[in-house]
Design a protein around this ligand. Structure first.
Ligand code: AMP
Length: 291
């Protein structure tokens, strides 16, 4: 087996612009996958999708302080740059962009994006500034990379809708694609945060997916959403989750709530804690309902 070519790494917007210039001059289509690193197969599947959509692919790796609240896991978040670079090189990434927080948020930085629509509720009820941090960094990264197409994971379903809204509302001119959630064999959604789980917690973690799947199977038209949600919360508590932030059956198009499920694509979304680890997941909730 031949070793993969070393992956070019740039760490400032200027170095990035220089690396991109020849591609732009050649009229190449640029794909982009933003990540916080500690890469797993889920991230790499988005890279595969970006490669299929573009001539060159940039992956960014930036643990964005603006999307962590005080007391959240910013300091503990896994940072594995060398391993990530090797995985990306082997999978055909063309350029790794790993800026420093001081470069992204220099002294005097004073701008954030205020969101409504799909950003309201769910994650925002528990992480009030999270999507403002995400939208701000995504906008900065889009302006720096200026990709033709960017790929996001449905694992963060609400985030996908927020990013699509952001791009449409602020005329960012980037085509947004989404990729399905990659899972461990027992159904647990792959996540960089799974590394935090103890063996005992890991044994419980896959129940999140199973409980959401059970809720999704009950979400037939006419069924009261609140009853499905309350039963799922109880099932998660019984399975050993230390607390449940939410389980919600929502309209898949805009995350609006139903009193009773209607005959439109729906989504079941959930967030729950195992000790100090917060897990999220979501599934389509009506047969044939596609995102
Ligand atoms: P993160 O590094 O967690 O910010 O995630 C970077 C991108 O990878 C986001 O678009 C996520 O939605 C996506 N992603 C995270 N986990 C998965 C997964 N298990 N399957 C597919 N995409 C994922």
């Amino acid at each position: 087996m031949t070793a993969a070519t070393p992956l070019p790494l740039v760490q400032t917007p200027n170095a990035l612009a220089q690396a991109l210039r020849p591609w732009r001059a050649d009229g190449l289509r640029i794909g982009f996958v933003p990540t916080m690193g500690a890469l797993h197969e889920g991230h790499l599947s988005l890279l595969d999708q970006a490669r299929a959509q573009a001539d060159r692919v940039v992956v960014s790796l930036f643990v964005n302080p603006a999307q962590f609240a005080p007391g959240e896991d910013f300091a503990a978040y896994p940072r594995t740059l060398d391993q990530d670079a090797a995985l990306l090189a082997a999978r055909g990434c063309d350029l790794l962009y790993a800026p420093d927080a001081r470069v992204m948020y220099p002294k005097g930085f004073a701008t954030t994006i205020r969101l409504e629509g799909p950003a309201l509720g769910l994650e925002t009820d528990f992480r009030p500034d999270f999507f403002a941090g995400v939208a701000t960094v995504v906008t900065k990264l889009f302006n720096q990379v200026r990709p033709d197409v960017a790929v996001f994971g449905e694992k963060d379903f609400q985030q996908c809708l927020v990013v699509k809204r952001l791009v449409a509302d602020l005329d960012l001119g980037v085509e947004i694609r989404t990729g399905p959630t990659l899972r461990e064999p027992d159904g647990l959604a792959m996540s960089s945060r799974n590394a935090y789980l103890s063996a005992a917690e890991r044994a419980i973690a896959s129940r999140l997916n199973r409980v959401l799947a059970e809720a999704a199977s009950r979400a037939a038209p006419g069924e009261p959403a609140a009853r499905i949600e309350a039963d799922a919360v109880r099932a998660l508590q019984a399975a050993g989750f230390s607390s449940v932030d939410y389980v919600a059956v929502r309209d898949a198009a805009d995350l609006s709530a139903f009193e009773a499920v209607v005959d439109r694509p729906a989504r079941v979304l959930g967030a729950a804690w195992l000790g100090r680890t917060r897990l999220i997941d979501n599934l389509p909730a009506l047969p044939g309902a596609k995102f």
